[in-house]
Design a protein around this ligand. Structure first.
Ligand SMILES: N[C@@H](CCC(=O)N[C@@H](CS)C(=O)NCC(=O)O)C(=O)O
Length: 205
């Protein structure tokens, strides 16, 4: 949307054969390119879109600065997104994660917080003066951190990074973020119905 590219969105839920046809691990997001090639993994898709449609760039020109942007994205993925996702089953099933799991997640997040306090610029964007893919990526991951880690651990994780909350609020106000959020909320009842059915199916096994 930021690059003003036309695309068709397909609503596909996890656990379906339809999704496995476009994503080898059966996860969203996944895309089918103009050439009919299927791709999954958010960061891979981000890079593909940038390389294929360089107009309205989302990475800096210099290789060093591009690497710095990717470093923020990678650390966010490994030290914020993945540990937060560990807690998803507990949030969706309305149970409390075991203490050992919570402790493991807390430790990984703590490393991420230390790293990001060193790397984030917020001047005004996360990697500096240029709005980059890291801004889009981190804003998306933050919804996962807030929805799962913050609730299960009773810990305002983003508050540990000065400037993060203000930047995140600013990101949420963009027209694109508002449209994405409106779509997400509109789909939520259907999504939760699907999640509940999956949990029930797993419990009856
Ligand atoms: N590393 C993947 C993570 C994708 C992911 O976990 N997607 C979730 C939804 S946000 C999913 O499809 N979950 C379904 C499942 O685990 O079966 C990426 O960056 O694209």
């Amino acid at each position: 949307m930021y690059k003003e590219l036309p695309f068709q969105e397909n609503l596909i839920f996890a656990g379906s054969d339809e999704l496995l046809r476009v994503s080898p691990v059966g996860k969203v997001p996944a895309i089918t390119t103009d050439e009919g090639v299927t791709l999954s993994e958010s960061s891979v898709i981000c890079d593909f879109i940038e390389e294929t449609y360089p107009a309205i760039p989302l990475y800096p020109d210099s290789a060093t600065e591009r690497a710095a942007v990717r470093q923020i994205m990678k650390i966010w993925e490994l030290y914020f997104e993945l540990p937060s996702r560990r807690l998803i089953p507990y949030v969706f099933s309305g149970t409390n994660a075991p203490d050992a799991v919570k402790e493991e997640v807390r430790q990984v997040l703590t490393r991420g917080i230390t790293a990001l306090n060193r790397l984030c610029q917020f001047s005004p964007w996360i990697a500096g003066e240029q709005f980059t893919m890291a801004d889009i990526y981190v804003h998306y991951v933050n919804t996962i951190v807030n929805a799962f880690a913050a609730t299960q651990l009773d810990w305002d994780v983003l508050a540990e990074i000065p400037g993060m909350k203000e930047w995140n609020d600013k990101m949420s106000q963009s027209d694109i973020a508002q449209k994405v959020e409106a779509d997400r909320l509109a789909n939520m009842p259907k999504f939760m119905q699907h999640v509940k059915a999956q949990i029930q199916a797993a419990q009856s096994k």
